[in-house]
Design a protein around this ligand. Structure first.
Ligand code: FES
Ligand code: MG
Length: 575
């Protein structure tokens, strides 16, 4: 452990240690909390930001787990204070927790800034909580350690192993195809998610917690420890001890979350075959770290990175398998030539030291370089006249036959209307059609709901069709799959070319050529653009209105422009 620094150099000293009325008041109020001065004065104050909530099944164990973090903080000579922060439950929060990612980021930033905090432990994992907590903490730039919630145990149904999310979509399609009865459905409800913890596929949660570990802001190996494993409690306590050490060494997030670290996080996400959502979140997180990460970085890195993790939804296994195969240290150990090994992490002076000795224990789950699942990273960035500022597709989770495809568009302006009509055979939809959904982008959704895996019409499902080309300005769940082109930018709501598509127009997707084209002459598109009328905003007031007015497009990470600006914010006690 590093030495505890001179208490007078702690940020919290300004609250507790000065010879003035305010410190007198703060000391009195800390006695009111039940602490004697000798228990806390001069110790680093560690804020534990906890996204626990009764409504969030992925974080339901974090209330108890915070006690282990506190244990570690006390052991190392710190003073832990737990702060409940907004939870973002991927399952329950509507229209989408993405609408609230920036709100949690804002809350995180302002709590850390306005209270006597020397370092922070960030407890999250369910999809947007990870980027939100790290975006906020990066903006304040204190020392911080991220404690991943950990994946839930593997799901089971009869003789089958289930992935939450992934198999929910799959069996719901089987249900719509008439193959699953009420009894089977009830059994599936029992088995899909059978313990606390985040989704245990390589969905958005596992992708982002792995990215956090790759960035270097967790205890090594933390991201795959199952939520209910005793090792998770040990990891939480170790994180508490570590943060006190980091405060002593002044190792702030900006010294860890560097351009090199973000490039390694991109490499990690791509090699895992991770969620498309990571593209948006990493760009936004990097922005808060003062690092300009772009879609072109993803495209460039994707061409050099093989997919080595055989994890659902793209592959076969689940996070517990990944954990016992060696977890992220063993995984990154396969990629050392593609990583920046000399950068620091919160736990080691260099990533090289962090990965030393890590061994792969199951070469089916974590493949060797000679036997990748795909030679190139799982996410491709597309360009073309339909997406001048880019779009993404997770091609490893799509039917390969659709990766080069031309078909006529069927356009939907509204998700609910699409849900009501998609199964109608009178629409004449065939497997060759391209389903287009618009009005679901950052401003139009607002919040880019996970509508991107548009349902396949049931009459096609019954004939065995399981994938079609689908295009939208929405996102899709990290546990989803299919030939879904997502994050089309600019979005239709602001008049991007997606707004101009009409049913019957031909669209060409060419993943190898990285292109997405609307086969309509430019003159005709210009005519349509001149006649286009901007849709009315959905929110007349409140947070939705604030969001719609300030959100940036998908290719720049969907941060609020006022949060991603450069410029200092004064510390409350400064000046
Ligand atoms: Fe929380 Fe999937 S619902 S991670
Ligand atoms: Mg999700």
């Amino acid at each position: 452990m590093g030495g505890v620094k001179d208490p007078r150099d702690l940020r919290s000293h300004q609250w507790y240690g000065t010879d003035g009325l305010r410190s007198f008041s703060h000391r009195a109020r800390t006695r009111q909390l039940g602490y004697l001065p000798e228990e806390h004065l001069g110790k680093p104050v560690v804020a534990i930001l906890n996204t626990w909530s009764d409504i969030n099944p992925c974080h339901v164990h974090l209330r108890e787990r915070a006690q282990a973090v506190k244990r570690g903080v006390w052991q190392a000579g710190g003073f832990p204070l737990e702060f409940p922060v907004s939870t973002l439950s991927e399952t329950f929060q509507k229209p989408t927790p993405m609408l609230y990612r920036n709100l949690l980021a804002l809350e995180t930033e302002e709590l850390l800034r306005s209270y006597p905090v020397d370092g922070a432990v960030l407890m999250g994992g369910c999809d947007k909580t990870t980027p939100a907590l790290l975006m906020g903490a990066a903006s304040v730039d204190l020392p911080a350690v991220f404690v991943p919630a950990g994946p839930m145990l593997p799901g089971h149904w009869r003789d089958k192993v289930l992935g939450s999310g992934t198999d929910m979509w799959k069996y719901w399609d089987e249900r719509r195809a008439g193959l699953i009865g009420d009894r089977e459905l009830a059994e599936l409800e029992n088995g899909l998610a059978r313990s606390p913890g985040h989704c245990m596929t390589m969905g958005t949660a596992s992708t982002l917690t792995a990215a956090a570990e790759a960035l270097g802001v967790t205890v090594p190996g933390a991201s795959s420890v199952p939520a209910v494993d005793s090792g998770h409690e040990r990891m939480a306590a170790a994180s508490g001890r570590l943060i006190v050490d980091l405060v002593g060494r002044d190792l702030t997030l900006s010294r860890v979350m560097t351009r090199e670290a973000y490039e390694d996080a991109v490499t990690t996400v791509l090699a895992l075959g991770g969620s498309t959502n990571a593209v948006i979140h990493l760009i936004a997180m990097a922005g808060r770290s003062g690092v300009r990460l772009t879609l072109d970085d993803f495209d460039r890195i994707a061409r050099t990175v093989p997919v080595l993790a055989d994890l659902r939804p793209g592959g076969r296994y689940l996070m517990e398998d990944f954990h016992f195969a060696g977890g992220l240290p063993a995984f990154l150990g396969q990629l050392t030539d593609l990583l920046h090994l000399d950068r620091p992490t919160v736990a080691h002076p260099t990533l090289r030291a962090q990965l030393a000795g890590a061994v792969v224990h199951d070469a089916e789950v974590i493949r060797p370089r000679e036997r990748p699942l795909a030679a190139e990273g799982g996410v491709a960035v597309l360009r073309g006249n339909l997406c001048p500022d880019g779009a993404v597709i997770k091609h490893i989770a799509a039917d390969p036959a659709l990766l080069r495809h031309t078909g006529p568009a069927v356009v939907f302006d509204d998700y609910r209307a699409m849900q009501r009509t998609i199964d109608d055979p009178a629409l004449g939809i065939t497997a060759d059609h391209v389903l287009v959904l618009r009005g679901a982008g950052p401003k139009g959704g607002p919040g880019m709901p996970e509508y991107g895996m548009l349902p396949i019409p049931d009459h096609l499902l019954k004939r065995g069709v399981r994938d079609m080309v689908r295009i939208s300005d929405a996102r899709m769940s990290g546990t989803s799959y299919g030939a879904c082109v997502l994050h089309v930018a600019p979005e239709s709501y602001v008049g991007g070319p997606l707004a101009l598509v009409r049913t019957g127009d031909l669209i060409t997707l060419d993943v190898a050529g990285r292109s997405l084209r609307l086969e309509v002459p430019d003159e005709e598109l210009a005519r349509r653009r001149a006649a286009w009328v901007a849709p009315a905003p959905r929110y007349g007031r409140g947070y939705g209105a604030l969001y719609t007015e300030h959100i940036t497009q998908a290719d720049t990470g969907c941060d609020f422009e006022f949060l991603s600006r450069e410029g200092a914010v004064p510390d409350p006690y400064a000046g």
